[in-house]
Design a protein around this ligand. Sequence first.
Ligand code: XIL
Length: 344
Amino acid sequence: DVDPIYERYADSFAIGAAVEPFQLEGESGEVLKKHYNSIVAENVMKPISIQPEEGKFNFEEADKIVKFAKENNMEIRFHTLIWHSQVPEWFFLDEKGKPMVDETDVKKREKNKKIVLKRVEKHVKEIVKRYKNDIDSWDVVNETIDDGGGLRESQWYQLTGTDYIKVAFETARRFAGKDAKLYINDYNTEVEPKRTELYNLVKDLLADGVPIDGVGHQGHIQLGWPSLQETEDSINMFASLGLDNQITELDISLYGWPPRPAYPTYEDIPEERFQAQAERYNDLFELYEKLDDKISSVTFWGIADNHTWLNDRAEEYNDGVGVDAPFVFGRDYKVKPAYWAIMD
Ligand code: XIL
């Protein structure tokens, strides 16, 4: 019998996992209770799950996760109030059902912008009112920066500029209260040009009075990328703005990008890959611990290797056959070398 991960890091930060409601039961539920003291929904709190049709809020699945977390004394991260992906199309249609981005008339564009911002406000307000006493940290907006630098040209951005970000944060603050922790979340926050772009955006928003408390670093990383130095610099950059940092979606893929070639089955993964992964986990957690006054939680994007979105990606790029193995627990929930690496 092995020691709980969260106890090992109790003096530093919370240890979380992303889950689907079905994972709350059975063996995955047991591992979750034992090793993690924070939880986040892998999908069921995204806009498409919570408000699939305008005005029709669906909290059923999200409630299951909140209930489980409360019963087991876990922190909860909310992921995510606003995002360009997994968002229903109705947010961006005008009253005639036409995509607002196609509108060329300046007056109508102004009107559409107001409608979209009202929709953002309503979405955020309904959710925050329901969960304000339950959630510890909120991903208010997700992935606002483009991979090449610059702001992501999502429909949100095309229709409102950065006002959707402002309205989302202001509404979250208004209804969640002053103690709520509000995050801007993104991936590849370690590397240029993205991290400087995100830094500049956050700096401008803060100067504008937008209530941001921290940066969420997704942490979908690889064995050799990004470097530890880049990771450290990024945390320090955002901390220098007076912000908290959270690692929100950690997984360490065995592959580069794209994940090709991938091992066809789990049994094909050579032991040395798991050793290399353990070293990577060791270095990373050593760094997180060193920076623990700047990092309040570290969340894995799953519980164990039997359920990871990276498998979908491995399959996608390898004609339907390929697996990944990003976590510290194996497919059978047994500890991997990576577990011992972070517990040392
Ligand atoms: C992923 C989920 O893991 C998948 O199940 C789903 O099909 C797509 O979304 N960045 C994020 C997460 O912020 O919400 C994504 O989660 C992974 C990338």
